[in-house]
Design a protein around this ligand. Structure first.
Ligand SMILES: [Zn+2]
Ligand SMILES: [Zn+2]
Length: 401
């Protein structure tokens, strides 16, 4: 079967917005243009400029420079007082692309490997249609954020007055999901991503000659014991029904064979999906580090930093999203019982400030969209632009009515 046949079979039964489908080639071209010119972090000046220019052309009231390089396009229709926010992320990753695609990244070491180019194109496709039809009653706020990958952009926009300047009764976002077939979506209430925290642990001992360990206080041996002890947090301190992760992503110490160094630095990452478990993991990391260090006669310092909370899907906005998605793809294709995802999302800050809903839409399986995000061979599947944009359009028309 050809690629076309496979992907058409997945979306032909979906109830998409016809004008969006007809306009899809234009937004595929825009998506690929963004893909070829990736920008990372807060440095998304050109992408934000492209977004702002198009929104202005379509009649949006456009505000730029929010939280650095964030953009909000506002559109009012009718006299309704309800308001909705929809978020798309614009940033790429510091990855060197290996796809050989004709529209592959032209910038060495930067790549749209998470599909934020696609999320931006999806929201632009919906924006154009909504401005032309205006079949809603209330205020629409389209939020384009920088720096999702470092989990700082949403927070910076909120600190810059995002929701005071553009009040939203509910806020929505979507992410593409490789490994989920095109035409299927995941939507559920409650926590849908993980909280992510980091800690930098420094063990300070006394350096010395490798031949005379009794004259030193060896932080390497202390680190070895600490690494194993930290593994007991998930296995021994969390209920078996709960999920959590404690990973050590870096160990830095020493330079040569015959010297005991005086310090070791460990870089830790903790993930959890509920606030009580998050507290417990943090407490146990602190206790184990302190007591292990004492045990080996070295000094420990811990810099513990909470990065981002869990994205929580609130009841009402999620029920509306589920209805709209069921109408589009049919109930068998709306997955509601997926397992916890241990990835984190900057959208957590928005869903903490305003009731929100975050959904995943299938990017495809196998060679047609199944490559995992953050992989140098990943590509966003352009076939889902129409589906994502139809979701935004129908959601706005339902929510603001
Ligand atoms: Zn990502
Ligand atoms: Zn992403």
């Amino acid at each position: 079967m050809s690629e076309d046949a496979v992907l058409e079979a997945d979306t032909t039964s979906a109830q998409l917005v016809e004008a969006i489908v007809a306009d899809a080639p234009r937004f595929t071209e825009i998506r690929r243009r963004i893909h070829a010119h990736p920008e990372t972090g807060f440095d998304v000046v050109n992408t934000a400029g492209l977004v702002a220019g198009l929104l202005r052309e379509w009649g949006y009231d456009v505000h730029t420079g929010i939280g650095g390089t964030g953009v909000v396009g506002q559109l009012r229709a009718g006299s309704g007082t309800r308001s909705i926010g929809i978020r798309a992320d614009m940033d790429a990753l510091p990855i060197h692309e290996q796809t050989q695609l004709p529209y592959a990244s032209k910038i060495a070491g930067k790549m749209h490997a998470c599909g934020h180019d696609g999320h931006t194109a999806i929201l632009l496709a919906a924006a154009k249609y909504l401005a032309e039809t205006r079949a809603f009653d209330g205020t629409l706020n389209l939020i384009f954020q920088p720096d999702e990958e470092n989990l700082c952009g949403a927070r910076r926009m909120i600190e810059d007055g995002l929701f005071e300047r553009f009040p939203c009764d509910a806020v929505y976002a979507l992410h593409n999901g490789p490994g989920i077939p095109v035409g299927q979506v995941v939507v559920k209430t409650g926590g849908v991503t993980a909280a992510s925290d980091v800690a930098t642990v420094t063990l300070k001992g006394v350096g010395g000659h490798g031949a005379m360990p009794d004259k030193a206080r060896d932080p390497i041996v202390a680190a070895g014991s600490l690494i194993m002890a930290l593994q007991t947090i998930v296995s021994r301190n969390l209920p078996a029904s709960e999920v959590g992760v404690v990973s050590i992503g870096g160990i830095h110490a020493g330079a040569t064979h015959n010297v005991i160094p005086d310090t070791v630095q460990l870089l830790l990452n903790m993930r959890s999906t509920n606030p009580e478990i998050r507290e417990r993991i943090e407490r146990r990391v602190q206790e184990i580090v302190t007591l292990q260090a004492q045990c080996f006669g070295v000094e420990a310092t811990i810099e513990y930093k909470r990065l981002v909370p869990v994205v929580v899907n609130a009841e009402e906005p999620t029920a509306i999203a589920r209805d709209v998605l069921t109408e589009i793809v049919g109930s068998p294709n709306v997955l509601t019982d997926s397992k916890a995802v241990m990835g984190s999302e900057d959208f957590a800050w928005m869903s903490e400030a305003v009731p929100g809903c975050y959904v995943m839409i299938g990017n495809g399986v196998g060679e047609w969209g199944g490559c995992m995000v953050h992989n140098p061979k990943y590509d966003f599947n352009d076939r889902i632009i129409s589906l994502g944009a139809s979701y935004w359009v129908k959601l706005v028309e339902k929510y603001l009515n």
